[in-house]
Design a protein around this ligand. Sequence first.
Ligand SMILES: O=C(O)CCC(=O)C(=O)O
Ligand SMILES: [Fe+2]
Length: 348
Amino acid sequence: MSTTVPILDFSQYRPEDPENRASTDAFLKQLYDTMHNIGFFYVKNHGIPLAKQEAAFKVIQSFFALPVEEKLKIEMKNSPHFRGYSRLGAETTNYKQDHREQIDLGREMPAEPIEGNPFYIHMRGPNQWPDEPAGFQETVLDLMQAMTDVSLVLLRAMASCVPELDEDSFMKMFDKDKYSLRMKLARYPPTDAKDNLGVGPHKDYGFLALLLQDPVGGLQVQTLEGEWIDVKPIPDTFVVNIGEIFERLTRRTFVATTHRVLSNPTKERYSIPLFLGPSLETRIPQLVASGPDRVVKSDVKEEQLLQNEIYGLNEIMGFIRSHKEPTRRWYTFDESSQQWSRRPVAIQ
Ligand SMILES: O=C(O)CCC(=O)C(=O)O
Ligand SMILES: [Fe+2]
């Protein structure tokens, strides 16, 4: 069976408009089928102006063009909240070094006290912002807000298209002051190496990811039958995919699709994924009574899946396995209790 990544028209989804019922229902039906059959799709007519997308790419490109010493001023190892810059090769996916550099960001929040809090609470905290280029923070925050707004509406649509899910109790996990948001600003340098994996095969850890990619291409998804297909850039669309926790919650009615990025031999590539999750303390219920008995082929082994009941544990464990140096400096693992904890001050 050949599979394609469908394009959904977001302007069809207007649940508050009774006149538009047929169109909203058609959108929800297509959304359900897509999430069940492939777990990846494009959205068009999302309402985020092209100018906002282009402005973000522009400041991001200027940042990555700075000398490395400048970029290292906001290196992730400064941050117990896993925020900041990771240089080329600093990140690991599926046991292998990735070939990209990036800035990790999240919601701008105050750091939480160490005493009396679980270690995963430190995923919350402030971002590190570069001084240069001018306007970086405002421009990136502007896009982050617009992408968040689209993600939250998409999430509601996803919840409402599953008959077994109660939309309101589902959305309660996404308390407006506490839901979790992570964003990456990524640059993949060109490589003519035979092994041209920009990012190795993985699933995303949260509920959903919304991705803006530039025109270069290289993103691929693995169909449920195990075949790799291109998610070619389509101008003015965003790519959406489901995360592992959504898969857990729906007992694989929805699938967290495996994906990877192949670097281009001659061109650098930029992408901006945003990951949405509930508040860190949320215990993820399995809201669907029983899932279909599905066999899904994936290059990601079951042992790699993050399926903890507490959402925040999944998020921090994803960062701990990908970012060795910030982890070594700020966290410690106790063999006897098999527990992680946060160091009060970083070690050198
Ligand atoms: O750069 C991309 O297109 C995808 C990146 C990705 O999958 C990730 O960072 O989780
Ligand atoms: Fe991903």
